[in-house]
Design a protein around this ligand. Structure first.
Ligand SMILES: Cc1cc2nc3c(=O)[nH]c(=O)nc-3n(C[C@H](O)[C@H](O)[C@H](O)COP(=O)(O)OP(=O)(O)OC[C@H]3O[C@@H](n4cnc5c(N)ncnc54)[C@H](O)[C@@H]3O)c2cc1C
Length: 172
């Protein structure tokens, strides 16, 4: 079903939200679209949903999670970016947890290092994915995330390695 950015159909008093209109069949998006539609219908000041914050998890083993832009989109749009990744099989905590398979990849804008997206394949990757959702919504840079504390030993601290690699590329 076709809708505009306020969830209105071609009959502006009829709204649609969730799987019926897409474009992503994901619960938190259906909820956000429903809230947007209701607020718009009641004349509230609303902001359209931000596609740059798309969060996706596939609950396979290993799990696959992406947030924000994926590399293919950036290539298709001709958008410049820096990418860095780090494998779980080189990280002490994941080796101990027998969570060796997978990696964390971070994509960032090359001038200031604003995070554009992240891709995580591995055990309980949704936890690490959520490490990016707040920063992405707040348009944080790799430098902002590196200022945050990262507890050792955790799976999440692996995120700091690609962040540092990107930060090093920008500083040079
Ligand atoms: C197997 C499976 C696994 C999924 N796993 C995930 C996941 O892990 N994470 C995630 O984010 N998303 C997941 N999804 C997608 C997620 O369930 C949907 O995106 C979400 O439920 C969409 O919400 P909705 O309100 O649009 O539709 P629904 O939740 O389907 O709600 C529509 C409701 O309308 C009712 N209805 C239909 N026709 C009529 C009618 N004529 N009259 C009255 N009522 C009617 C239905 O009974 C239903 O209750 C999964 C989907 C499937 C099928």
């Amino acid at each position: 079903m076709l809708i505009n950015r306020f969830q209105q159909t071609n009959l502006p008093h009829i709204y649609a939200a969730g799987d019926v209109c897409g474009p992503h069949d994901i619960v938190h998006i259906a909820v956000a679209q429903g809230e947007l539609a209701a607020n718009h219908a009641f004349g509230e000041k609303v902001k359209p949903l931000d596609d740059a914050l798309l969060l996706n998890v596939v609950f396979t083993d290993p799990q696959i999670g992406t947030i924000g832009a994926v590399e293919r989109d950036l290539k298709e749009r001709g958008e410049p970016y820096l990418a860095a990744s780090y494998p779980f099989n080189d990280h002490g905590k994941s080796i101990l947890m027998e969570a060796n398979y997978g990696y964390v990849k971070v994509l960032a804008e090359p001038k200031r290092g604003r995070i554009l997206g992240a891709e995580i394949v591995g055990k309980r990757c949704w936890r690490s994915d959520h490490c990016f959702s707040g920063p992405l919504a707040m348009k944080a840079t790799v430098f902002d995330l590196l200022r945050a504390p990262w507890y050792h030993p955790t799976l999440a601290e692996i995120i700091t390695y690609p962040l540092e690699e990107i930060a090093d590329q920008i500083k040079v």
